[in-house]
Design a protein around this ligand. Structure first.
Ligand code: RP5
Length: 159
């Protein structure tokens, strides 16, 4: 079964990253969750980046705060698409450090970066990447977008 790998630099990132996990679960997409620290477990980072695709993972969502090297290093090592989630962590100045560390990748090594603490969008984007090649997921995305539009239509009726 196709899997999304959700990794983060610390358990302290989990409250943010949970939004991606929860979204993917509503789509019945298998999620493998782990903690991989670029700076504190560099050997694990190397192992994850080189091998994630060998066990069925097809998209990686990586979240980290502060000097956030995890998404970029996974993108350097892995053939998989990597979605980066900047996290406003306790060691972050104001979030910009994490945003820029994840966003400003050199040409050739892309990380699709979502908004600060924007893990839900990372989950949606991962589902859309899988949905490009899986009609059942694609149809769930279509339904999800219909629901979004209905919510706004209800707001318009209530105002
Ligand atoms: C980063 O440092 C982690 O991704 C986390 O956002 C931040 C703080 O980590 P802890 O001190 O909470 O373990 O590497």
């Amino acid at each position: 079964m196709t899997k999304v790998g959700v990794i983060m630099g610390s358990k302290s990132d989990l409250p943010v990253m949970q939004d991606a996990i929860d979204f993917l679960k509503t789509f019945d997409i298998e999620v493998e969750v782990d903690i991989v620290s670029a700076h504190r477990t560099p050997d694990l980072l190397m192992e994850y980046g080189k091998n994630a695709h060998k066990r069925g993972i097809r998209v990686v969502i990586a979240g980290a705060g502060g000097a956030a090297h995890l998404p970029g290093m996974i993108a350097a090592l892995s053939p998989l698409p990597v979605i980066g989630v900047p996290v406003k962590s306790r060691n972050s100045i104001d979030g910009w450090d994490s945003i820029l560390s994840i966003l400003q990748m050199p040409g050739g090594v892309p990380v699709a970066t979502v908004a600060l603490d924007g893990a839900k969008n990372a989950g949606i984007l991962a589902a859309q990447i899988l949905g490009a090649n899986d009609d059942s997921i694609l149809n769930k995305i279509i339904d999800y977008k219909t629901e979004l539009a209905e919510k706004v239509e209800n707001m318009r009726k209530d105002i």
